[in-house]
Design a protein around this ligand. Sequence first.
Ligand code: PSU
Ligand code: MN
Length: 306
Amino acid sequence: MALNKYLDVSPEVAEALANGRPVVALESTIISHGMPYPQNVETALAVENIIRENGATPATIAVIGGRLKAGCTKEEIEYLGKAGTNVTKASRRDLAVLCARGQDGATTVTTTMIIAHMAGIKVFATGGIGGVHRGAETTMDISADLEELAHTPVMVVCAGAKSILDLGLTLEYLETHGVPVLGYGTRELPAFYTRHSGFSVDYQVDTPEELAAAFRASLELGFEGGMLVTNPIPEEYSMDPAVINAAIDEALAQAKANGIHGKETTPFLLAKVKELTGGDSLDSNIQLVFNNAKVAAQTAACLAGK
Ligand code: PSU
Ligand code: MN
């Protein structure tokens, strides 16, 4: 396969792909912008281990020195975690400039999907995706993640979307753009920190085999888009909806008062929610990523027929 001239696939990931073994992509914005150091690095490395324990090879994705990395080393993960928000949060519109300048970027869901697809990786595990923000009818703030899901054939396993977003409008957008939303063991869209949102997803899918079969059919149909799997946070780690919703409302009010906009909005809201919930939300966040990594690895294994 002729790979992109800006792409570096790590030896371990390249070998797995060449032998048809399962690989799971992981994003790096969650490392640099989504969690504090050192929990971000510890979590990133623990997620890689969970993927290995479940029979797949992890590929943490980032932009380093203008190279698109499909598979980061431990040192690169450590670097991204320590550098934190000094690393550019890289969405689709940032990639060309970062490559041309030889700069670094932490990949969002969007750019992780782009680079995973370039490398031939079909399954990607993360925490939460971007979506339609509350008030988008006037701000037009809609995450590029939704557009990427419509156009790039990668299955994204997440824990739903946080209610910093307008979950109803996010589902409407995904429907319009033809993105299937599959609830893992549920017909209800999970809301990241909690298992319930009150919104329904299109289908309930109960096993990794069924997830793999659905995505295989999408690929065989020649569809260009991806699929979104929403996997509820394990009950024991889910948060009290009243506590988390109060923190989200306060975070939204502070974002408005501080005139936060553009790509700063999501990291600002995530950091505020964490601050207001005294770290409980960070524990939940870490556990739900572990849970998604497991489902993604098992699904990648089914897709690879292993
Ligand atoms: N939502 C979360 N955690 C995250 C993100 C979103 O619950 O870490 C990150 C992901 O990298 C996602 C990005 O792709 O934020 C979306 O940013 P924006 O809303 O600016 O598109
Ligand atoms: Mn935005």
